[in-house]
Design a binder for this molecule. Structure first.
Ligand SMILES: [Zn+2]
Length: 172
């Protein structure tokens, strides 16, 4: 599984709806769920592996939050997701497997509701906050051809210009 990086055209495209959960799609998603944490990612969207379709996976390992509580691991496929509600606003650092080596603070809604179809074809709605809300919004952006670096202040973008240009030159 090759992860596309900045400059690859597929990362700028608006992905298409999934019309059917085929065996092929199921296999791809299962591979993504295995490969994502291996690449030290917590989320991976289809366009990042060159597939312009509306699905992504979230693979968060269990961790201890700021209150010292153990947050259980969460692995899920989001097919044709729609963010139906957004609340609040919070700044958090983000990185992306498609923009390696770059980490920037991004401001996004703090809490979201998302409707999607899971790998078994069941429709689900979840409310997410904290890290999970962040990952879902980041991955969701990939389905619309949006990278997190387009959501940072212009001054930060200017500082990244050279790095990004170098990254892009390897993909064109
Ligand atoms: Zn990303």
């Amino acid at each position: 599984m090759e992860i596309k990086t900045y400059g690859a055209e597929v990362l700028n495209q608006i992905a298409e709806e999934v019309t059917e959960i085929t065996e092929d799609l199921r296999n791809t998603i299962e591979d993504m769920i295995i490969e994502c944490p291996k690449a030290n990612g917590i989320g991976l969207a289809a366009p990042q592996i060159g597939i312009s379709k509306r699905f992504f996976v979230v693979t968060m390992l269990s961790y201890e939050n700021e209150q010292g509580e153990k947050v259980p691991s969460f692995k899920e496929a989001f097919i044709n997701p729609v963010i139906t509600d957004r609340k609040g606003s919070i700044k958090m650092e983000e990185g992306c497997l498609s923009v390696p080596g770059i980490y920037e603070i991004v401001e996004r809604p703090e809490e979201i509701s998302v409707k999607y179809t899971d790998l078994n074809g069941e429709e689900k709605i979840i409310n997410a906050y904290g890290m999970l809300a962040r990952v879902i919004q980041h991955e969701y952006d990939h389905l619309d051809g949006v990278l997190f670096i387009s959501r940072i202040p212009q001054i930060k973008k200017d500082l990244l210009k050279k790095k990004l240009k170098n990254m892009k030159s390897k993909n064109t």
